[in-house]
Ligand binder design. Sequence first.
Ligand code: RB5
Length: 149
Amino acid sequence: MKVAIGCDHAGIAMKNEIIPILEELDVDWEDFGTKCEESCDYPDYGEKVSEAVSKGNVDRGILICGTGIGMSIVANKFPGVRAALCSEDYSAKMSRMHNDANLLVLPGRIINGKTAEEIVKVWFKTDFEGGRHQRRLDKIKAIESRINK
Ligand code: RB5
């Protein structure tokens, strides 16, 4: 499992808290930046991680900004990316079981490190259920094809 992780300045502290958890989970990660606390623009880093997921260069992505909203908006523009903004572990679990989310977005200024840890752990440990949920994902794919024509 190869994962791209990225953030803006509002997400860097949480990114640094999450990397040891990825190590613990035996997830192979690559940091796509930002790597300093200087103010930056979330679309720049959202694009790098989302593109890597969209092109299949990595299996999954994690993005963190202040609210998670900006990164979610960016990520869900990319074909094949199913980004889930999660503030608690139930949504994280369901985003895997029902939506086969391949990109996790975290709100660095809203949740604490303990909650982020719970979210990340459940998100990596939960499998997609398939079945009726696959039919729904196929419909999303069909929508993507229609609007990207
Ligand atoms: C940065 O101040 C903040 O706007 C950004 O991290 C994010 O919350 C945007 O959605």
